[in-house]
Each structure stands twice: as C-alpha cells, then as structure tokens.
Design a protein around this ligand. Structure first.
Ligand SMILES: Nc1ncnc2c1ncn2[C@@H]1O[C@H](COP(=O)(O)OP(=O)(O)O)[C@@H](O)[C@H]1O
Ligand SMILES: [Mg+2]
Length: 447
C-alpha cells in the first residue's frame, strides 16, 4: 500500500483518535462483519500516512491496495482490475453471468458490454470469497482519481458489504464531493493540534525559530503535516526569521506545489526533463519512462539530483514523494515542454500492446487538430464502450472532437461524446430506475 508515500515508516503524531477509529473498522472485519470508512481531508493532511498505518495494524489480514493517480488516462475499470488482480484465480467460483461481466469489463474476454450490476456483484463475490479464510483489508488511496467506472463499482460494493470480514478504507481529497462515495461512513482528517504541530515543525526546521514566527507558521498551516514539514524548507533562514511568509489567500495545496516547484527549478536541466516526463506518465512504469528519456537524449545520470532532492524515487516503479510534487512539476512546466514529454512517451509506447495509452499521449503532445490522432482516440473510445466504460468513452471522444480538423466530422464526434456522457450518467439510474434496488450508485440516492 501507500503507492505514493515514501515516508511510511515515520511515527504519526497526534492521530490517536483516527487510529482508534481505523482499529475499530479492522476489529469489525476480524469479528466476521464488514466495515467501510472514507478518510476525507485536504492534500498533505495525512490520509496516505493513515492508510499505511492501517495496513500495519491489519495483522492477520490479507491486504489489497490501489491508489488513484491524477491525470491518469480514463481506462474503464483499470483501478478495479488492479485491486482484484490477486483474486482473479477465483473467477471460476463466480456464477457464470457475473464471471462473464467482470471478464469483459477487465478486457480478459470479448463479449457484450457488461451489465454493471453484475460487475458489482462479481467484485462483491470475489472479495467475500477471498475473506472466507481470514479477514480482508482493501485500501483505496486517492479515490478521487480512480477511473469513474472503478469508483462507481467500489461505491456500489461499499454499500452492500455486510458480513464478509472485509474492511474497506478509502482516502479521498476533500475537494471531491462526487456522488459515488456519498453517504458512506466518513472520518474527516483534520490538522494537528497546536502542540503536535509545533513538535513536528521543530523536527523539520533545524534553526531555532522565534516563537512568534513558529506560532504564525502553525496557525497558517492549520496543522497540515505536509505543510509543516516542507514549507519551511523552501524558505531561507532569514525569511523564516522575518516572520511573514504565506502571502495571499491561495489554498495550502498551491503553496505546497509552489514550494516543490522551487526545489524542482534548482535541478539541472536534464533532471528537470526527466522529472517532467515522469510526471506526464501516470502509471509510474519505469521501463516506459527510460525509453522515453532515451528518445529525448536524457542520460541515466539525470535521476541522481532529483532523487537527492527527495522529490522522487526511481525503482522498478517511479514514485513521487507526494502527488503534489507530481502536479507541481507538471503544472509548472512550459506547454512546449509538456508536449515534448508526451510525444516521447507516445513514441516509447508500443502501438500494438497499448494503443490506448499511445493515443492518449499523442493527444496531449499536439496543439493542433490532427485527424490521425482523432481516429485513434475514437478507436480507444470504441474499446472502452465495448467494456462498458461509458465515462471513459466520453472523455476519449471529447478529446477526439477537439482534435478533429473537419467541421462536419467534428460535429458528429461531439454528438457521440455527448451521448456517451449521457450514457455514463444514466448508468445506475438506467438499471435501477423505478425498480427500487438499493441506492443508486450514480446519484447516491439524491436524484
Ligand atoms: N500525523 C502525522 N505525523 C507526522 N507526520 C505526518 C503525519 N501525517 C502525515 N505526515 C507526513 O506528512 C506528509 C503528508 O502526508 P500524506 O499522508 O502523504 O498526506 P495526504 O495523503 O493526506 O496528502 C508525509 O510526509 C507524511 O509522512
Ligand atoms: Mg495521499
């Protein structure tokens, strides 16, 4: 778990209540029932750290984990597939219609676009089966960035877990108020208390701090651990001593991005290009990254300075210290720089093995209409649709529309995109409308 945290070994300060709540969720699953909780809070508040701790508390559990990634291509059910991958050996145990629906959704077999109710039941069945021999913990980080289909199904599953020995814990950035996880039990993760915040700040800042400055930092960060640990590092000691340091009223996440961007800017040019290419490739696939680096003439030594700055780790997977580092690098880059990174990633992606990812990178590598790319995106939309991924199809078609040079063809694709949007929205309501089966997973029972 903790696909994006690099500091999971550290002790958590001031989280007794939250850890007790997670312990209760796990205890419920240990006792043979199921429990769900959504950890909700702003960037850097400590959600991933809590999930990592939950994983450690879950002794005797089988643990599955996934994390959503910002700007990931919308491949339908991709995150769900990743979560369920270790359980697919049990696929044959499911009733045939459920097994077929899930297999088509995951692209394991061809067939009619699956009924999502069956996909949801299949996942429920897989989780319940996996928990027969002992409790199961599913940890879903950054749920706001999962592909839409996966999030909908997980919301559906979360509402129907009862007595399967499953603990399902989501972490969700609080800016997301989508319907998929609405109404589930929540735990709001807040800033640390003043005392805890002071101690954490003192651990991050080596120079003695004027008490007024210290209290000001604690107040302005609202006890956000990430801000306490990283913002002071971005400031010179003289600036820190001077007192005033958080200008304006921008959200804390923007200040943090800014601080990471300052660190990024100090890196050598090759390291910056390597980091930008990594930021443009959401899967963290190191082989792909290095192929794209070679195409841009970036030497292997470029990794060193970026790792030494603590911004990223290059292993078999590329891991940013925090999603805000990734967004700082990507958002802070020039538009031509981003396009060059996507172009190299497209060229490094095998068109036969991964045509969708290639089309997606190509679409981000260009600023002008291009019928070839639009056709490829239409192909991706068709494949998504075949797996029942209407939301994914809609986003591919939308980009295809933007890139279509011919006005009439553009209008046609715009209509297709609009229809896919409607189909995506009507997903559960269409299945359950008027039938009264459970809460609508799309509108959370509100529409
Ligand atoms: N309670 C805590 N005590 C000490 N450090 C913490 C605490 N919570 C989070 N951190 C640290 O703060 C940073 C941001 O935490 P993280 O869990 O990644 O935030 P989020 O997932 O909410 O964006 C990480 O470096 C993490 O180790
Ligand atoms: Mg996180």
């Amino acid at each position: 778990m903790g696909a994006q945290s690099m500091e999971s070994g550290g002790a958590l300060r001031g989280r007794d209540q939250e850890l007790a709540a997670l312990e209760r969720v796990l205890a419920t699953a240990r006792a043979g029932n199921s429990a769900v909780v959504v950890l909700r809070g702003e960037a850097g508040i400590g959600k991933t750290a809590l999930l990592d701790h939950a994983a450690r508390l879950a002794t005797g559990f089988r643990t599955l984990g996934i994390a959503g990634v910002e700007w990931e291509m919308e491949l339908p059910f991709a995150s769900l597939h990743q979560l369920c991958a270790p359980l697919l050996g049990d696929l044959q145990e499911l009733p045939d219609p459920q097994r077929d629906a899930l297999s088509v959704a995951f692209g394991l077999q061809a067939g009619e676009a699956p009924n999502r109710f069956l996909v949801g039941l299949a996942v429920l069945g897989l989780l319940a089966g996996a928990a027969e021999d002992g409790p199961l913990a599913c940890l879903v980080d950054d749920a706001q960035w999962l592909d839409k289909e996966s999030l909908q199904v997980l919301g559906f599953v979360a509402r129907r877990l009862v007595a399967e020995s499953v603990a399902l814990i989501f972490a969700l950035r609080d800016s997301d108020d989508g319907p998929d996880l609405a109404g589930l039990p929540e735990l709001t993760v807040r800033g640390l208390s003043e005392n805890e915040a002071r101690v954490l700040l003192a651990s991050a800042v080596r120079v003695p701090l004027d008490p007024l400055v210290r209290d000001r930092i604690v107040a302005e960060t609202h006890g956000n651990p990430m801000a306490l640990l990283h913002l002071p590092l971005a400031l010179a000691p003289a600036e820190l001593a001077g007192g005033f340091w958080l200008p304006g009223r921008r959200p804390l996440a923007r200040h943090l991005e800014n601080a990471f961007h300052q660190q990024f800017r100090l890196l050598p040019e090759d390291s910056r290009r390597l980091l930008l290419t990594a930021a443009a490739e959401p899967t963290g696939d190191a082989d792909l990254l290095w192929r794209a680096a070679v195409l841009q003439g970036i030497p292997a030594g470029a990794a060193g300075p970026a790792e030494a700055a603590g911004l990223v780790e290059f292993g078999t997977r590329v891991r940013f210290r925090h999603p805000l580092v990734r967004s700082a690098v990507y958002r802070g880059a020039s538009v031509p720089g981003r396009r060059a990174a996507h172009r190299a990633l497209a060229d490094a992606t095998d068109p036969r093995l991964d045509p969708d990812r290639r089309a997606w990178h190509r679409a981000h590598a260009t600023d002008r209409p291009d019928e070839g790319i639009a056709v490829d995106l239409e192909g991706s939309a068709g494949r998504a649709q075949g797996r029942g991924g209407m939301a994914a199809a809609a986003s591919f078609l939308q980009r295809a529309t933007e890139l279509t040079p011919d006005a009439r063809r553009r209008a046609g694709r715009a209509l297709d995109a609009a229809q896919a949007h409607i189909d995506a929205g009507g997903w559960w309501c269409g299945v359950f409308g008027g039938v009264g089966v459970g809460v609508c997973g799309w509108c959370g029972g509100r529409g």
